[in-house]
Design a protein around this ligand. Structure first.
Ligand code: A3P
Length: 329
């Protein structure tokens, strides 16, 4: 394939603006905004952007695209389970990060050769002289010969057109209130990169696009606009929580998998919050708590009435522009 020219332009976030940002990962070593969309990313993304944009998709790939903290890991895991029914017994033995390709890991948590993670170990086993700085996940994904479940928080338009022409994309959205709460607790654990801030400050950062991959609405919009595209399936976290088998049935139809209700129920059980959390206790995905609560409506335990009213105004203004409605309970 001829290398495509990268259509994304970068602007470095100024020191002055960075000083106002408490929470983006990358604030210690540089941040960029990628346009179109003005998406806030660690500067290391810029080094890999062309390789990511030129990533060669295959027709049997399934790509999960999400804004962070909206159910990405859950969705990737259930897609893997749906497509690897005969291997469900390995869920308890193999590390979760080896079941899908989280492309962003290469620039969000840039690997080094002495990184003890299972992913880097797997990379070095496969490529003993490989260059981790060229992207561990990218290279492992290229080398994979089986069906790939690929996961990214980059918005749709940061990939070449083959993404939607060739592959099946599942876009997951979660209501912004719970996304913000989940993001708060997740980033609090990343104290090597972020600065401690209280929840109202975090909510302010979230609403003013000072978190990685923000703006929230600008991330959803390209996917929401394409929600009727035959190769894109748009799903809400809240709907998965309300009736997972029903949502799995829709994914089953979208991917033409032809699974029975019994098989879908088995997948739902294997990827339930409790089971994923239990497995994470033996083989953690990240340092700290990843499987935190997994509920709808935690915002109400966190926000004051004033903050809630402010968030409601922000949501009303933006969701109206998109024509999207979220559920909060
Ligand atoms: P909470 O922090 O609200 O608990 P992401 O994978 O995009 O980072 O999203 C993480 C959120 O999804 C966390 O939300 C996590 O607990 C929740 N989650 C992960 N697995 C889940 C599951 N099987 N069922 C429901 N929620 C899940």
């Amino acid at each position: 394939m001829n290398r495509r020219e990268l259509p994304i332009k970068f602007e470095e976030v100024s020191e002055e603006e960075k000083a106002q940002m408490k929470r983006p990962v990358g604030r210690n070593y540089g941040l960029v905004r990628g346009t179109p969309g003005n998406i806030l990313l660690p500067a290391r993304y810029a080094d890999l952007a062309s390789s990511i944009y030129n990533f060669e998709f295959r027709s049997d790939d399934i790509v999960v695209v999400t804004y962070p903290k909206t159910g990405t890991v859950w969705t990737a895991e259930l897609l893997w389970a749906l497509t690897h029914l005969d291997q469900l017994h390995t869920l308890d033995t193999d590390h979760i990060s080896l079941r899908n390709f989280f492309i962003d890991r290469d620039f969000i948590f840039p690997p080094s050769k002495d990184d003890p993670s299972p992913l880097v170990k797997a990379f070095l086993e496969k490529f003993p002289n490989g260059r981790v700085e060229d992207g561990v996940v990218l290279q492992l994904a290229k080398a994979e010969t089986g069906r790939r479940i690929i996961k990214t928080h980059l918005p749709l338009h940061f990939f070449n057109e083959d993404l939607l022409k060739k592959t099946k994309v599942v876009y997951v959205a979660r209501n912004p209130k719970d996304t913000c709460v989940s993001y708060h607790f997740f980033l609090r654990q990343r104290q090597d990169q972020t600065v401690e801030c209280d929840f109202p400050t975090m909510a302010e950062q979230f609403m003013t696009d000072k978190c990685n991959y923000s703006p929230f609405w600008g991330h959803i919009q390209p996917a929401w606009d394409l929600r009727d595209h035959p190769n894109l399936h748009f799903v809400f976290y809240e709907d998965m929580k309300a009736d997972i088998v029903k949502e799995l049935q829709k994914i089953n139809d979208f991917l033409s998998l032809d699974l029975t209700v019994d098989q879908l129920t088995k997948v739902a059980e294997a990827t339930s919050f409790d089971n994923m959390r239990r497995r994470d206790q033996n083989q953690p995905l990240v340092k700290g708590t990843f499987f935190r609560k997994g509920i709808i409506g935690d915002w109400k335990n966190m926000a004051t009435p004033e903050l809630d009213a402010k968030m409601d105004r922000w949501i009303a203004e933006n969701s109206k522009k998109l024509g999207i409605t979220f559920r909060y309970a």
